[in-house]
Design a protein around this ligand. Structure first.
Ligand SMILES: CC(C)=CCC/C(C)=C/CC/C(C)=C/CC/C(C)=C/COC[C@H](O)COP(=O)(O)O
Ligand code: GRG
Ligand code: MG
Length: 273
């Protein structure tokens, strides 16, 4: 894959884009504003991923040596310029929408930069910021299509599941994070407490997720698709509850992402019937 695409983490950027489209599907409100909102979210998420790799270039020599910068496939300075250019394009595009949208884009970009520069090394604050930004995507879309309450409910689930996944990812990255003096949850409280906390959060979020059906936001197909995601979420939770080594954390993080993708399919199917 081309390194300029790979460093954006296209699957994540596409997931965030699809989150906007899902809110538009629920609201049955499609237009130029949705296309523009999706593009802005793609650019901001991609740029956030690039600047994260820029500031993590040393930590990733240990944690993720195959990433574009530590593997030498892109120069750190070029990555920094690339990410700042994408951030700027997103702000310019937001001028075509309402001022509140530009405000959210600037806040999101500031948080992504602050996270990469400092907050990711702090206990739980960094995790809260990433989870907040992920859930903000739904609220951002809700503002674009005037679907406030529904997007807020979905945002709560996105926040909780992302929070659990971020804690799991900190278990996976503990080795390099320690060397760099980070104070992530597993470094401060240990991997066992962190893994078990993440597991409880996953189980609670997964078991509460049918609420979106009970609130009549999604139809019957939501439950059908969601049940596959719930099985995967519960399996991940039991794995990380039992064992908190790097390999289990990496696998749990992967399964949680797949579970999120299946949940997205459930959202889409449940919007149809
Ligand atoms: C049960 C239920 C209803 C769960 C909610 C699931 C949900 C809606 C999750 C939100 C997913 C979302 C909008 C994802 C956007 C892209 C993304 C993966 C963002 C978080 O990424 C941060 C991260 O640390 C990047 O790391 P990695 O994926 O390991 O490269
Ligand atoms: C609402 C708007 C305009 C934008 C939202 C933008 C989104 C979806 C942000 C979600 C969070 C996100 C994509 C953060 C990117 C930064 C990132 C990669 C965080 C995780 O970094 P590390 O903790 O370093 O983990 P890695 O080891 O995976 O690098
Ligand atoms: Mg990183």
């Amino acid at each position: 894959m081309n390194v300029y695409i790979e460093i954006l983490r296209p699957i994540n950027a596409l997931m965030a884009t699809i989150a906007v489209i899902i809110v538009a599907i629920i609201s049955k409100n499609f237009g130029f504003n949705v296309i523009l909102g999706s593009l802005i979210v793609f650019l901001v998420t991609g740029a956030g991923n690039v600047i994260n790799d820029y500031f993590d270039r040393e930590i990733d020599m240990i944690n993720k040596p195959n990433r574009p910068i530590p593997s030498g496939r892109i120069k750190a300075k070029i990555a920094l310029i690339y990410s700042l250019a994408l951030f700027l394009i997103a702000v310019f595009l937001s001028f075509l929408l309402r001022p509140i949208i530009t405000f959210i884009v600037i806040v999101a970009e500031a948080l992504l930069i602050l996270y990469a520069y400092k907050l990711k090394r702090k206990c739980l604050i960094g995790n809260v910021v990433v989870s907040f930004l992920t859930s903000l995507t739904f609220i951002f879309a809700g503002i674009i299509v005037n679907l406030f309450l529904t997007s807020f409910y979905i945002a709560i689930f996105a926040f909780l599941m992302t929070m659990a996944r971020e804690i799991v990812k900190d278990i996976e990255d503990i080795e390099g994070d320690k060397v760099m003096g980070a104070k992530t949850m597993p470094i401060v409280y240990g991997t066992e407490i962190s893994g078990k906390t993440a597991a409880i959060l996953i189980i609670l979020t997964a078991l509460l997720s049918p609420v979106l059906y009970l609130l009549k936001i999604f139809g019957n197909l939501y439950i059908l698709f969601l049940s596959f995601a719930i099985i995967l979420f519960l399996k991940s939770a039991f794995d990380i509850f039992k064992k908190q080594d790097k390999k289990t954390a990496r696998q749990t993080s992967k399964y949680l992402k797949i579970g999120m993708i299946i949940t997205f399919l459930a959202f889409i199917a449940g919007s149809i019937a």
